[in-house]
Design a protein around this ligand. Sequence first.
Ligand code: ZN
Length: 279
Amino acid sequence: MSAQEWLCGGLRWRVGNEDKVRIWGDRWVPSVQGFFVQSAPMGLPVDSKVSELIDPQTEQWDSALIESCLPTAMAQAILQIPVRGMDEADKLIWAESSNNKYEVRDGYRRWLEEFNRTHDYQPVGEARVWSSIWKMNVPPKVRHFMWRFARNSLATCDKISAKSERRGDACPFCNLREAQVHLFGECGWSGRIWRNSNLSQWFELREDEDCLIWTRNVLDKATTTEFEDWAVLLWSLWKERNAHLFNGTKAPEEEILMRAATYADEYRQYQGDETMLPA
Ligand SMILES: [Zn+2]
């Protein structure tokens, strides 16, 4: 049985009146392969529940919300699902595999997978990383940035050059290959900034080529505020890197550090009111 066939069948959620089912990560959309919502979380926190997509007044899908946070095809697939009555619980059901073949061994494996998920056994504490990122008291754009950072999915030059021949993979600061860990950890430019900051101990926890493990390592040791300060500095480095790469500007390193620290502090001070912050 191929991975694709395996994903086509098995257990999925039938959404009822509870809030057990997550929009992203759970299997609940009958008409798509694997039953997963296959798009990055947009506009809503990553751990949002399907129940949030239902308008409590009309007890129907909130189509404006669904269309604003999901790609069109996925939104259409969801809007076709009938909303179940108020007396039905969220329920795991057997869904037909595409080739109608069901093997006991695979069924058991899927059941175990679903069981492990609902009981939150995560191999590298990933669930905790995502929920900590979405709970950070920082501007939403910093949370979105951290989500992409921890997924190792920022558009660094190594990734761009793999897709397009128009741009090389050189780091704009030192000409070595610009992978994520290089830019934020191994580059002489970012290294100097970290060493001059009061966050250098978190810089030491980086791992080769994997920013998810780096994030988890910091999360294990840092306080909430330290974790937020670390995220804001990473985001500031990314912003500076983009300004340097695309506009040719280069801010003094002490200034980057000072701006990041002020930004994190002021956001907490203004209770998350972004309009009070410098752009
Ligand atoms: Zn570099």
